[in-house]
Structures are given as structure tokens and as C-alpha cells.
Design a protein around this ligand. Structure first.
Ligand code: NDP
Ligand code: 8X3
Length: 252
């Protein structure tokens, strides 16, 4: 039987690369995001290239009602979700706590933390019913060490780390794996979003070293998702070779 993966935030970056990786390996994919046109293009391209089924679902993970409407009423043939990747997320701004906008705080907490909770809760009954499944949460090195001007983004990713640990313990009786993957700097649309469309500022983040690519994270997710049933990677920190942690990146 064909495997099914659900990936949130698949219109760009890690999520798009994860969908592409799994579709190429013959998995059917549920892909989500807010930008409908991009999702449809991705779905059409993956079906045409790899002959798999793709279900695009447009919703904002912050909208609790829509998350539950969309995910709890999936067509029967899409309910056997083997892997859920909670990837949708963002940083909004890089400002001192004093200067930062409260709207930015809301956006990060609502997306990175509450969105992940809503999607997990909506999908979980399909997994517990089968006593089988795998939740892969995308955290960050920012969820391991706090850096200046990143208090709330870091806080949201510390929450992802803690929630992943809690989910793992609570879901043991249901044989559901929980993996948290914590990437360092990767060149996606992440910095463009963080700096609200300021391309020059976004590019600077990746100057002077070779950052991770979205495909590196997709390969890592694929590795974790395809281990034997008795093996679970619990927690995985991945950076480019030039980066040691949140604080130290060697730039030339
Ligand atoms: P991108 O900006 O390239 O992609 C983010 C994705 O999340 C998009 O598909 C976007 O879709 C989706 N998304 C954002 N907000 C929402 C929302 N409210 N509802 C639904 N979907 C949403 O960034 P990345 O691929 O880099 O980021 C993916 C994840 O990886 C994030 O959780 C990020 O925090 C994390 N991360 C990124 C790192 C990096 O350096 N790039 C490093 C460590 C972690 P749309 O806008 O269409 O809704
Ligand atoms: C994204 C990586 O270092 O910008 O989570 O926080 S970082």
C-alpha cells in the first residue's frame, strides 16, 4: 500500500523540498499552506513527474476552526496518514524585546506553537486508531539556545522542543514516533519573511558561508521517516559545516 505524508507549509522552502523528496519516492502527499496558486502548481508538477496523488489544502494553521474542518473531514482514502511533518512556521522581525512589535509576537506564537498543536490534534486520531504513525516537528537551533533579538522566535522553538518531548512520552502507548529536527541557518524564504521583504537584509544572513539547503532538511526528514518500525530518531540538530550553534558561524 502506498504511504501518505502530510506536510504543513509546503509552498516554499523545507516543506516544498520535503514534498518533492517523498513524492519522488512514491509517497502520496497532503500539502498545505496559505498560497493556493503555489500549492496547486506543486501538486500538478509532482503528480505529472512522479505519478503520485497529491492533495493540496489551503488554510492558515492559526485558524483553529479551519484546521479542524479541513483535516478531520479528509476523504477516507487520505485518512491513513503515516507521517505528519509540522513544518509551517516563521520568524517575524529580529528586534530587541523592547522594540519588537506585539503583532510579531502573536504571529510567531500563533503559527509556530498553536498551529503545530492544532494540526497535531486534528491528525492524531487517524494515527491512534491505527496505533501507527510518525510526527516530525521542525524546531530550530533557536529552540536549543536563545540569541539576542530573537527572544520570542526562540521561545516558540523552545516550545516546539518541549512539546515534541511531551508528545513522545504521551504517545508511546499508541506506538507513534515523535521526532524533532532542529536545523540551523538554511537558505529558503525564511529570512525574506523575517525581514518583511527586505531582500538585501535577507541575503546578508547567508553571506560568507555555505548555508544548509532545503533539500538537506528534506533528506534528513526522509531518513528519519523511513527507519524500521522499532527505531525512532528522537531529537536531531543539523547545521551547515560553517555553523556550530545559534551563536557561532564562521564567515569568510
Ligand atoms: P519558508 O518561509 O521558505 O517556508 C515557510 C512555510 O510555512 C511556507 O510554506 C508558508 O506557506 C508556511 N506558513 C507560514 N505561516 C503559515 C501559516 N500561518 N499557515 C500556514 N502555513 C504557513 O521557510 P522555511 O522553509 O525555512 O521554514 C520552515 C520551517 O523551518 C519553519 O518552521 C521555520 O521556523 C523552520 N526553520 C527554518 C530555518 C531556516 O534557516 N530556514 C532553520 C530552522 C528552522 P504560506 O506562506 O503559503 O502559508
Ligand atoms: C532559523 C535559524 O538561526 O535564524 O530557525 O534562528 S535562526
Amino acid at each position: 500500500m502506498t504511504n501518505t505524508i502530510l506536510i504543513t507549509g509546503a509552498t516554499s522552502g523545507f516543506g516544498k523540498a520535503i514534498a518533492t523528496k517523498f513524492a519522488a519516492a512514491g509517497w502520496n502527499c497532503i500539502v498545505t499552506g496559505r498560497r493556493q496558486e503555489r500549492l496547486q502548481q506543486l501538486a500538478d508538477g509532482l503528480t505529472a513527474t512522479h505519478g503520485v496523488s497529491i492533495l493540496p489544502l489551503v488554510f492558515d494553521v492559526r485558524d483553529r476552526q479551519r484546521v479542524f474542518n479541513q483535516l478531520t473531514q479528509l476523504p477516507a482514502e487520505w485518512q491513513q496518514i503515516d507521517v505528519l511533518v509540522n513544518n509551517a512556521g516563521l520568524a517575524a522581525g529580529r528586534d530587541s524585546f523592547y522594540d519588537a512589535a506585539i503583532d510579531d509576537f502573536d504571529e510567531m506564537i500563533d503559527t509556530n506553537v498553536k498551529g503545530l498543536l492544532y494540526v497535531s490534534k486534528a491528525v492524531l486520531p487517524f494515527m491512534t486508531a491505527r496505533r501507527k504513525g510518525h510526527i516530525i516537528n521542525i524546531g530550530s537551533v533557536a529552540g536549543k539556545e536563545v540569541y539576542m533579538n530573537g527572544s520570542v522566535y526562540c521561545g516558540s522553538k523552545f516550545a516546539v522542543d518541549a512539546i515534541s518531548k511531551g508528545q513522545r512520552m504521551d504517545l508511546l502507548p499508541y506506538k507513534i514516533k515523535v521526532t524533532a529536527i532542529h536545523p540551523g541557518a538554511a537558505e529558503t524564504e525564511f529570512s525574506l519573511v523575517r525581514f518583511k521583504g527586505d531582500d538585501a537584509k535577507a541575503r546578508q544572513v547567508y553571506d560568507g558561508y555555505e548555508p544548509l539547503l532545503a533539500e538537506d532538511i528534506a533528506n534528513t526528514v526522509y531518513y528519519c521517516a523511513t527507519l524500521p518500525p522499532h527505531v525512532c530518531i528522537n531529537d536531531l540538530v543539523i547545521t551547515c559545516t560553517a555553523q556550530a550553534n545559534s551563536y557561532y558561524t564562521h564567515k569568510e
